[in-house]
Design a protein around this ligand. Structure first.
Ligand code: PLP
Length: 383
């Protein structure tokens, strides 16, 4: 039996999503650009999905660009702004952004851009005063994530948008983790660009959206045909788009149940806190996504814990990456100032709407024994 608690990595596709996709993989396989009946059916599916996305985002259809996911949306936003920003070469990001943001910023640096990286506090929170002070006349873009993929910590987007838009600077939001788990209303939130991926909230992999607010001029990312108003060439992934639209519709219906998910997560945290010594929950006192728990265990290696859980069919992830054979704490934990040993002993547990109370109780029940065994074995990482 599998207990899947790695939903910030990816999620199981909803059966309704699969159902919405199947016709466009089977009998209705026309190119959305074709003038015949099958083409029209595909085009209709894209129009319908765009409406489903706009209903969720609170924007208009022309502001929605379908793409392959978060990484593409991030690359498009940064490169598009850089190439169109006459003389403005300064970009601001936070220290806990996704590696896709870090990588595109590295690339931009080599093209002559200057990057300011904002720190976070021990709970992963952003300092709005630091954000305000870092904005300059030549700032082209501020990019902030809505929710962190490791800790689940939410950035205060409304206040950040006030600061950034108050200074007349473009604001990009990476909403890949927040979408479908936390409310985001673009009719109220004055962001210029926002990206997300379908597979993080029970949609298909390889699908996503870049929201481009009306009036924001962004260079196309992929040159080719006229698809997506010439902003992204290439035959539309109609089954994927239909699935993504359905995932948005379903997520809207489930958002009011976020409180129940947070309650389940909190019960899990309460159970492990009361049975395991030397446990720290990163970001627990900051506003967080309802589904994420980022747990640091003193005196054991997160990787070993992941493997032991995996042997029992439980899927989680760690807060470290293996670079050139060396275990390194994630840049998120480093930015939060988490001591090396605790960082290397960190795992991420992320729930979905399909996670049951039984599953949570089972995992909370097996953790103390595994942790005790691992600590007893002495096989843990030292800083
Ligand atoms: N941004 C965040 C916050 C993410 O968590 C992820 C994926 O984990 C991405 C961007 C990239 O999304 P994708 O892998 O779907 O391109």
């Amino acid at each position: 039996m599998i207990i899947y608690l790695d939903n910030n990595a990816t999620t199981r596709i909803a059966s309704e999503v699969l159902e919405a996709m199947l016709p466009f993989l089977q009998e209705s396989y026309g190119n959305a650009g074709s003038g015949h009946v099958l083409g029209h059916l595909s085009e209709g599916a894209v129009v319908h999905a765009r409406d489903q996305v706009t209903a969720m985002l609170g924007c208009s259809p022309a502001e929605v660009l379908f793409n392959s996911g978060g990484t593409e949306g991030i690359n498009h936003a940064f490169r598009g702004v850089f190439e169109g920003s006459l003389g403005k070469r300064h970009f601001i990001i936070s220290a806990v952004e996704h590696p896709a943001v870090m990588a595109i910023c590295d690339w931009l640096k080599h093209q002559g851009a200057e990057i300011t990286i904002l720190g976070v506090d021990g709970e992963g929170r952003l300092d709005l005063a630091e954000l305000e002070a870092s904005i300059r006349p030549d700032t082209a873009l501020v990019s902030l994530m809505a929710a962190n993929n490791e800790s689940g910590v939410l950035f205060p987007l409304e206040q950040a948008a006030q600061v950034v838009k108050g200074k007349g600077v473009l604001l990009h939001v990476d909403a890949t983790q927040a979408m479908g788990k936390a409310p985001l209303d673009l009719a109220r939130l004055p962001v210029d660009l926002l990206n997300f991926s379908g597979h993080k909230f029970h949609g298909p992999k390889g699908t996503g959206v870049l929201f481009i607010r009306r009036g924001v001029r962004l260079k196309p990312f992929m040159l080719g045909g006229h698809q997506e108003r010439g902003r992204r060439g290439g035959t539309e992934n109609v089954p994927g788009i239909a699935g993504l639209g359905k995932a948005c519709e379903l997520a809207m219906g489930h958002l009011p149940l976020a409180g129940a998910m947070a309650e389940l997560r909190d019960q899990f945290e309460w159970a492990v806190r009361s049975t395991i010594q030397g446990l720290h929950i990163h970001g627990a006192s900051a506003p967080r996504l309802p589904n994420t728990s980022f747990l640091g265990f003193q005196g054991l290696e997160g990787e070993a814990l992941l493997l032991k859980l995996s042997e029992r069919g439980v899927c989680v992830s760690t807060g470290s990456a293996c670079t050139t054979g060396q275990k390194e704490p994630s840049h998120v934990l480093r930015a939060m100032g988490v001591p090396m040993e605790l960082a290397l002993g960190t795992i991420r547990v992320s729930l979905s709407r399909y996670t049951t109370r039984d599953e949570i109780q089972t995992v909370a029940g097996m953790l103390p024994g595994i942790v005790e065994d691992l600590r007893g074995s002495g096989l843990y990482a030292k800083a």
